[in-house]
Design a protein around this ligand. Structure first.
Ligand code: ADP
Ligand code: ASP
Ligand code: MG
Length: 405
């Protein structure tokens, strides 16, 4: 008998028929002798639709109310799934995040889980239930409803799996595993059978939406296994583990693209100590997640500074940026929404020089201009224009030998 935490994403529960199929899978699992917890997302595009409704009312919804709204999506799915399991004659009970003690900080719309008080789940399992939990949500110690950021149901699943010490955390989705690139963009991408937490974390942090970054963080910190697999087949998917990957011979193991950032440039700044500190202090106070930063060479004591941040944070950037520009004496600021970040990931990059040169050469051959650059020991990222994304990802995937034969 195993204790399994499963998670089904939006596409997997998009219709009542699909919810019934998930119910059948869970019941079969329980009948095979396992204890089963299921985390579910909002149906289909419900989270997007709810967000659109909010912005149809106001350009500046208060984050508390946005969370109140968005958290309802998952609540629909949990109730329907419980009903579908009851129809199959099995015991099941649904819970919201707060009901199972998912405690978060108060950063609305991107709250971090700080504690899981798993008693409710354990008791419901002991009472022979399939336990269904709403993903993507929790509450602060004061009882305020929060959400965990897009893709947050993965995070809920991994947090619960580690919180109840599950044997495995299975993330069911609309692809059959983690690929060497987004299969929607690169038809010749290959499924990766096993990948290390470290590489998966870097992929997720670079924007591979297949697993949320925090879900991989939870798994790594607790040395837990995530199995990312298809909702529509029973084929094994990708195992994310602490082990070294079998692809360790590949210098680059995946190409990741991310279109969720925008670039802000402050122009005509004074080039003196303390300016950058002031800018990023003020952005941090607005809870803006800054990703890449570049400062141009100064001319006559003035310089430009660019940074990227998620579209989701743009409202907060806009709120803060005029005050920032004024405080540091910037002449003006500009926003560029038309950017994509392309990253090469690979543990082998540590020991193999020359990846940078090859990346730049490949992009140059495609006549693609590189804007910003950033690196980590196992990642190399560049920013290009949105229109160049697909060509860049495919060319790099081919150049680094990742194409399926
Ligand atoms: P869910 O709703 O189940 O959480 P998501 O849409 O969040 O599903 O994640 C699955 C999607 O992630 C896939 O449909 C795929 O297009 C995308 N994706 C991006 N990068 C990768 C990758 N490297 N491997 C697999 N899928 C990827
Ligand atoms: N429903 C949320 C989203 O669409 C959370 C999730 O599906 O993981 O981002
Ligand atoms: Mg997802």
């Amino acid at each position: 008998m195993a204790l399994v935490v499963t998670k089904f994403g939006g596409t997997s529960v998009a219709t009542p028929e699909k919810i019934r199929a998930v119910a059948e899978r869970l019941v079969a699992r329980k009948k095979a002798g396992d204890e089963v917890v299921a985390i579910v997302s909002a149906m289909g595009h419900v989270t997007d639709e709810l967000t659109e409704m909010a912005y149809a009312i106001t350009d500046t919804p208060r984050m508390r109310e946005l969370d109140m709204l968005l958290s309802t999506g998952e609540q629909v799915t949990i109730a329907l799934l419980a009903m579908a399991i009851h129809e199959l004659g099995e015991r099941a009970i649904s819970f919201t995040g707060p009901q199972v003690g998912i405690v978060t900080d108060d950063a609305h719309a991107k709250a971090k889980i700080v504690e899981i008080e798993a008693t409710a789940i354990r008791e419901a399992l002991a009472a022979d239930n399939i336990v269904i939990v709403a993903g993507f949500q929790g509450s602060t110690r004061d009882g305020e409803i929060t959400t965990l950021g897009r893709g947050g149901s993965d995070t809920t699943a991994a947090a619960i799996a580690t919180g109840i010490d599950a044997d495995v955390c299975e993330i069911y989705t609309d692809v059959d595993g983690v690929y060497t690139a987004d299969p929607r963009v690169v038809p010749r991408a290959q499924k990766i059978d096993r990948i290390s937490h470290e590489e998966m974390l870097e992929m997720a942090a670079s924007g591979a939406g297949v697993l949320s970054m925090r879900s991989v963080e939870f798994a790594r910190n607790h040395d837990a296994i995530i199995h990312c697999r298809s909702s529509f087949t029973s084929e094994p998917g990708t195992i994310v583990t602490h082990e070294e990957t079998t692809m360790e011979n590949a210098i680059v193991s995946s190409v990741v693209h991310d279109m969720s950032d925008a670039k802000v440039t402050l122009r005509g700044l004074e080039d003196k100590p303390g300016v950058a500190a002031t800018i990023f202090d003020m952005l941090a106070r607005e809870n803006v997640n800054v990703d890449m930063v570049i400062q141009n060479i100064s001319e006559e004591g003035l310089t430009d500074l660019s940074f990227t941040a998620p579209h989701d944070d743009l409202q907060r950037v806009k709120t803060a940026i005029d005050a920032i520009a004024q405080k540091v004496g910037a002449r003006t600021w500009v926003l560029d929404d038309n950017i994509a970040k392309i990253s090469l990931i690979g543990a082998g990059m540590r020991t193999h020089p020359g990846v940078t040169a090859k990346m730049f050469r490949t992009l140059a051959d495609e006549d693609i201009n590189i804007d910003l650059i950033s690196t980590s020991p196992i990642r190399l990222s560049v920013v290009v224009a949105t229109d160049d994304t697909e060509r860049a990802v495919r060319a790099l995937h081919t150049a680094f030998g990742l194409d399926h034969e």
